[in-house]
Ligand binder design. Structure first.
Ligand code: AHR
Length: 344
């Protein structure tokens, strides 16, 4: 049986074996086609960074973090911007692969659509580290097709938002859910964690304390993680569902948009409609302090240091887990003021 627990240094040393060859070590054997391409030690590297977009503070914070760390290390960062268009990100990745960058470090906009690009990079001998969003593992596998996924536990973020909302509403709410980008890993998982917790079917730690039948999701629609769209979608949904008493937004930008829509409609966010969201942006912390947003689960965009540190470990032949998990804080009225202005 072929296992995937070979010491990474052995993989690097033996990675030049031809396709179809079986690479042997004293531990286990891995076929060459099942290995992430090696990355040799050099003075400097050209890193391809295919960003999803630049229309919100989270993306800008992520890009700056990557730029700052690449500059600190003296590496060349070749950046592209998909402008929130999955087809453009696929083309951007094709171009970075054709340029022959040493490594690709990027967030895939959609988990299924971008997975073939990870396989293309592997076929071209370019190792990949995915940051912030993952791809569908039935298409491309960490530790085999790409080095690792570095990011948050999005299912648990949804669970934490649900748990807070149950507490804040006394277990009785008519909820509008504003979903993130359709087909993206955070949108899928944040929805799952939230809905599973309310249904009492959440699998994980801590386990749900049973179902919450008083928490009714009356509408759920995508706002594509964007403030303007969050506002527009909320305006429309408010007309169909004036009985709304809570909003769960998959990110802060959509929550801020929803707050504006609620205020325009004469509602009082924070009082007659309770909102919870995800990211922990500066705008969200301000909204928590002014009482319009109830809470925000952190989802940090500052991947530069951990991404390049993971790359260095890979070059050094260290074992990298399939998932380098980022731990998230939680912001509400008890601590938001303390962190105001420190985020993104
Ligand atoms: O992939 C992470 C998500 O993407 C963030 O929560 C969101 O704000 C961003 O657009």
């Amino acid at each position: 049986m072929i296992e995937r627990s070979l010491n990474r240094r052995s993989v690097l040393r033996l990675g030049a074996a031809g396709a179809g060859a079986i690479v042997a070590s004293r531990y286990v054997a891995i076929p060459a086609w099942a290995q992430v391409p090696p990355l040799e030690e050099k003075d400097t590297y050209t890193v391809g960074f295919a960003q999803v977009g630049s229309n919100n503070p989270w993306r800008l914070g992520e890009s700056k973090s990557m730029q700052d760390e690449a500059a600190r290390l003296g590496y060349t960062l070749v950046e592209t911007n998909a402008n929130e268009d999955t087809a453009k990100q696929i083309a951007d990745l094709d171009s970075l692969i054709a340029q022959g960058v040493d490594i690709l470090i990027f967030p895939p906009r959609e988990s299924q659509a971008i997975a073939p690009s990870v396989l293309k990079a592997k076929a071209a001998g370019i190792p990949v580290i995915l940051i912030d969003r993952d791809v569908d593992h039935s298409i491309a596998k960490p530790g085999e097709d790409y080095i690792t996924f570095i990011g948050s536990d999005f299912v648990d973020q949804g669970r934490r938002a649900a748990e807070w909302l149950v507490e804040a509403t006394g277990g009785e709410a008519k909820i509008i859910q504003l979903e993130g980008t359709t087909g993206s890993d955070p949108a899928i998982d944040r929805q799952k964690g939230f809905e599973d917790y309310l249904a009492g079917t959440f699998q994980g730690t801590p386990t749900a304390a049973g179902a919450h039948p008083g928490m009714e999701i009356i509408a759920s629609q995508t706002g594509d993680f964007q403030r303007d769209l969050g506002r527009e979608v909320m305006q429309t949904l408010l007309q169909a569902h004036p009985d709304v008493t809570a909003v769960y937004a998959h990110n802060d930008e959509m929550a801020i948009g929803a707050i504006a829509a609620l205020q325009e409609a004469g509602r009082t966010p924070g009082e007659d409609v309770i909102l919870v969201s995800i990211d922990g942006s500066n705008a969200a912390l301000d909204a928590i302090v002014d009482g319009t947003l109830g809470a925000s689960v952190e989802s940090s965009p500052f991947f530069g240091p951990i991404a390049f540190e993971t790359m260095a470990k890979y070059i050094a032949g260290e074992d990298i887990p399939d998932w380098v998990k980022v731990e998230d804080r939680f912001f509400d009225e008890s601590n938001a003021a303390e962190f105001q202005g420190e985020q993104f």
